[in-house]
Design a protein around this ligand. Structure first.
Ligand SMILES: Nc1ncnc2c1ncn2[C@@H]1O[C@H](COP(=O)(O)OP(=O)(O)OP(=O)(O)O)[C@@H](O)[C@H]1O
Ligand SMILES: CC(=O)N[C@H]1[C@@H]2OC[C@@H](O2)[C@@H](O)[C@@H]1O[C@H](C)C(=O)O
Length: 364
């Protein structure tokens, strides 16, 4: 790849199973030069049901029509971006067991390269897992670049509130993201996925829009305490989660009214973040929140009330909280193409910094 910045297109299909986010970033794989156009291709209810049915499955198992859904949705989401010179294709995580069977992101990067006639970087997590890492989270190297882009001079933290929550503590004074002490990152706990599951079961809704149901309820402290007893929260990072690792938390709220259950599950997500903040090497100057959960005022209020630092959506510093993960995989694609690391001991626990991902070029 030629030296200097290139327009990279990233695509993310997250654990919430809502759709494919796409975003352009101009980068040399080190610094962010410019953010470009973005797009979103929602999954239909039928497509979401197909993906949901495939959760927990591994390569070689029957994936039903899930592969077709992922390929088609990505081809449609990414086709309009003529400017893209390289594509970062995360795929859809179906299963994640870094200490067991590995990690499985559904999606065929070689086929997508042929469809879109562009080089595609994909399978970002396997190499990290093979070398002893958690394989997640991978956005932290991009968070480091974002911290420099916003001109941060003191440690700060990024929190993604997606289906699962993940926190990145960044020291922008470090020489590089792979440097010792530059980053500490891990999954905090479940965030929106169990709330979505709750309101789907009880109300037939996709999510608790604006925390409207949670706002009417009361947090059940007993259930919250039982949830927080889970050994995961006391475990030191690195650590990562699969979407449904905490699905039993639905049992903890089974007897509660819909509103109290939503309030309690929202408090669970926020409290998991608060416990996670204790793993930061020093208190961050601020917490910048990305992902759909930043649109939930009940969750945001709970976080602000429980933390000692200012809590703001990433829009406060000019970033796009709907697109940060797609932008991350655009940025990481260029790093992979240039042989730069995408994870390090501080982010995934991998033994040494590793450049994950494989590159597929379109057939002639
Ligand atoms: N207005 C809103 N009010 C409440 N919750 C919202 C709102 N908008 C989005 N969400 C929540 O955010 C979720 C989507 O978040 P996001 O797109 O960040 O997740 P994801 O990228 O799929 O997940 P992950 O980061 O775990 O891979 C929705 O499923 C919903 O639960
Ligand atoms: C295995 C997997 O897909 N993990 C996701 C998931 O969604 C949020 C959290 O759990 C994070 O660890 C990760 O995604 C983001 C993009 C990451 O790797 O940084």
């Amino acid at each position: 790849m030629a030296k200097g910045p290139v327009w990279a297109l990233g695509a993310m299909s997250g654990t919430s199973l809502d759709g494919v986010d796409a975003a352009l970033v101009l980068t040399d794989g080190v610094a962010i030069s410019e953010f470009g156009a973005t797009g979103y291709r929602a999954y239909s209810d039928a497509e979401r049901a197909t993906l949901k049915a495939a959760l927990g499955r591994w390569p070689g198992e029957d994936l039903g029509a899930a592969s077709d859904v992922v390929q088609r949705a990505h081809a449609e989401a990414l086709a309009p971006f003529d400017r893209a010179e390289i594509i970062g294709f995360h795929g859809q995580t179906l299963a994640h067991e870094p200490r067991g069977r590995g990690t499985h992101q559904l999606g065929d990067g070689a086929a997508l390269a042929d469809t879109l006639m562009r080089p595609v970087v994909w399978d970002f997590r396997s190499a990290d897992v093979a070398l002893g890492g958690e394989g997640a989270p991978l956005a932290p190297f991009f968070h480091f670049a974002c911290a420099l882009w916003i001109g941060a001079t003191r440690p700060l933290a990024f929190l993604n509130l997606g289906g699962v929550g993940n926190l990145t503590w960044v020291d922008p004074r470090a020489a590089a993201p792979e440097a010792d002490g530059a980053l500490v990152a891990f999954d905090t706990g479940p965030a929106n996925a169990p709330i979505n599951d709750l309101v789907a079961q009880r109300r037939g809704l996709s999510h608790d829009k604006d925390g409207a149901l949670a706002a009417q309820g009361k947090v059940e402290d007993g259930a919250l305490e039982l949830f927080l007893d889970d050994v995961y929260f006391r475990k030191m990072p690195p650590k990562s989660l699969d979407r449904d690792d905490f699905s039993l938390m639905l049992d903890l709220v089974r007897e509660l009214s819909d509103a109290d259950a939503a309030a309690t599950m929202t408090a669970m997500a926020a409290a998991a973040v608060m416990l996670g903040m204790e793993h930061c090497p020093e208190p961050p100057a601020r917490l910048l929140v990305t992902g759909g959960g930043r649109r939930n005022p009940v969750m945001m209020r709970m976080l602000a009330a429980g933390l000692d630092c200012p809590v703001d959506p990433v829009e406060a510093v000019g970033l796009d909280g709907d697109m940060l993960e797609a932008q991350a995989f655009a940025y990481l694609a260029v790093r992979v193409a240039r042989g730069l690391p995408t994870s390090a001991p501080g982010t995934t626990g991998v033994a040494t910094p590793v450049s994950g991902g494989q590159i597929s070029r379109p057939a002639d």
